[in-house]
Design a protein around this ligand. Structure first.
Ligand SMILES: *[C@@H]1O[C@H](CO)[C@@H](O)[C@H](O)[C@H]1NC(C)=O
Length: 210
C-alpha cells in the first residue's frame, strides 16, 4: 500500500443541522469556542465512488497536525466545530475527519491545510438555510413535508441527499439531520450528485430549534 494514492470519483460535502444533532439520544455539548451559529455546519468532505463505496484511512503516516491549520482556526471553530460530549476544542473531530477522509483526498487536496480550507470555502459558498427560509421553512421545531424541503432546496439550486435522525422524545419523529452536497474533484465546485445516500427520512420531518 505504500505510496498508493486512493482513487475516487467525487466528494460529498456533508453538512449537518446542529439542532438535530443535539435533539437526539446522544446529547450534545457546545464546543469550548462557544455555541455555534444556528446554521448548517460541516460534518466532513468525503471522497466517494460512483458505486457508493468510499476509500477510508488511506495514509496512517500523515496524522492530523493542528499547527498546519493555524490560520483557519476561526473559521473552523465557527463552521466545523464538534458538538460531542464532553465539550472539546474540536481537534479530535478534525483529526478523525482528516485521518478517515482527508488522507484519501491527497490526489486533489495535497495538504491538511488545502483539505480543510476547501471544505470551509465550499460551506461558505452555499446558503441552505436561506433557500429553506425563502420557502417559509425555518428551524422552529415544527414539521415540514420532506417534498417541500426538497423543492425549496431545488429552487435554491441544490439537489442534495437528505438524511434524518430520530427525535429523542419517543415520538419517533424524524428530524432534518444531514445534507449531502456533491463536489466535483475536477474543479472543486458544487455539482449535481451522481449518486445519493439512502434517505432515512419520513415523509414529514421536524426542523428543530438550535
Ligand atoms: C506539525 O506541523 C508543524 C508545522 O509544520 C511541525 O513543525 C511539527 O513537527 C508537526 N508535528 C508533528 C507531530 O508532525
Amino acid at each position: 500500500m505504500l505510496g498508493t494514492l486512493s482513487a475516487f470519483d467525487f466528494f460529498y460535502l456533508v453538512l449537518e443541522w446542529p439542532g438535530s444533532y443535539c435533539d437526539a439520544a446522544t446529547s450534545c455539548c457546545y464546543p469550548q469556542s462557544g455555541k455555534p451559529a444556528s446554521d448548517f455546519s460541516i460534518h466532513g468532505l468525503w471522497p466517494n465512488n460512483l458505486d457508493g463505496s468510499y476509500p477510508e484511512n488511506c495514509d496512517p503516516s500523515r496524522p492530523f497536525n493542528a499547527s498546519q491549520i493555524g490560520g483557519l482556526r476561526g473559521d473552523m471553530d465557527a463552521l466545523w466545530s464538534s458538538l460531542s460530549c464532553p465539550s472539546s476544542n474540536s481537534e479530535k473531530f478534525w483529526a478523525h475527519e482528516w485521518e478517515k477522509h482527508g488522507t484519501c483526498s491527497e490526489k486533489i487536496l495535497r495538504s491538511q491545510r488545502d483539505y480543510f480550507a476547501a471544505a470551509l470555502r465550499l460551506r461558505k459558498s452555499v446558503d441552505l438555510l436561506g433557500a429553506l427560509e425563502q420557502a417559509g421553512i425555518s428551524p422552529d421545531g415544527k414539521s415540514y413535508a420532506l417534498s417541500l424541503i426538497k423543492n425549496a432546496l431545488q429552487d435554491g439550486g441544490y439537489a442534495p441527499g437528505i438524511t434524518c435522525n430520530a427525535d429523542d422524545d419517543d415520538s419517533g419523529s424524524s428530524q432534518l439531520y444531514q445534507i449531502y452536497l456533491c463536489v466535483s474533484k475536477e474543479n472543486l465546485e458544487i455539482t449535481p450528485c451522481p449518486v445519493l445516500p439512502r434517505s432515512s427520512c419520513h415523509s414529514r420531518v421536524e426542523f428543530p430549534l438550535f
